[in-house]
Ligand binder design. Structure first.
Ligand SMILES: Cc1cc2nc3c(=O)[nH]c(=O)nc-3n(C[C@H](O)[C@H](O)[C@H](O)COP(=O)(O)O)c2cc1C
Length: 160
């Protein structure tokens, strides 16, 4: 674990959870990570479990990785230091571009799942998919309900 962050309980510091668009990380068959910009996200309790729900459209490479490779993901709320990564993660597809390289992002290996989190984030979560649903008439996004197996906060917000 990076020395600049600490493991926290799933709902600690959730006032920071909605503050920015997030970075959703998945991996391919060769364990190469992909990152996408993510606005559709919720945190809360379902089925007695701490859950993060992410809305991902079927056209995204991230959707393919989530449904055809490993049913795990990480959600990362970037600090200002890496905020530009949102643009790159949202403008390009991992089918064409190594976005970690392009955005200069560093990974931290997953502790409880295979998916890494991202360095220099104020909050990061390791999640295991427990349920998938559709959005009905509202949108094409599928909803992936991920149990939070680990959560981390940067020292920058812990100190405040
Ligand atoms: C700020 C921002 C937020 C976004 N939020 C979402 C989202 O919540 N769900 C989604 O499916 N796509 C969202 N997108 C679009 C994807 O990030 C974008 O299509 C990306 O290129 C997909 O990458 P991938 O093909 O590597 O998975 C967002 C884009 C931006 C710029």
């Amino acid at each position: 674990m990076s020395e600049k962050r600490h493991e926290i309980q799933p709902y600690d510091y959730i006032e920071y959870f909605m503050s920015e668009a997030a970075l959703l990380v998945t991996i391919d068959k060769n364990n190469k990570p992909n990152v996408m910009a993510l606005l559709y996200k919720m945190i809360g309790e379902m089925w007695g479990l701490p859950i993060i729900t992410v809305g991902v459209a079927p056209s995204r490479y991230s959707f393919e990785l989530l449904t055809k490779n490993i049913d795990e993901f990480t959600v990362n709320i970037p600090s200002n230091k890496i905020i530009r990564a949102i643009e790159i993660a949202g403008d390009y597809s991992g089918r064409d571009v190594d976005k970690f390289n392009k955005a200069g992002l560093d990974i931290i290996p997953g502790k409880r799942i295979k998916i890494p989190t991202i360095k220099d984030c104020i909050l990061s979560y390791e999640c295991k998919v427990r349920h998938i649903d559709k959005s009905g008439d509202l949108s094409i996004h599928n909803l992936f309900f991920g149990e939070i197996l680990a959560a981390y906060a940067s020292n920058d917000i812990i100190k405040k």
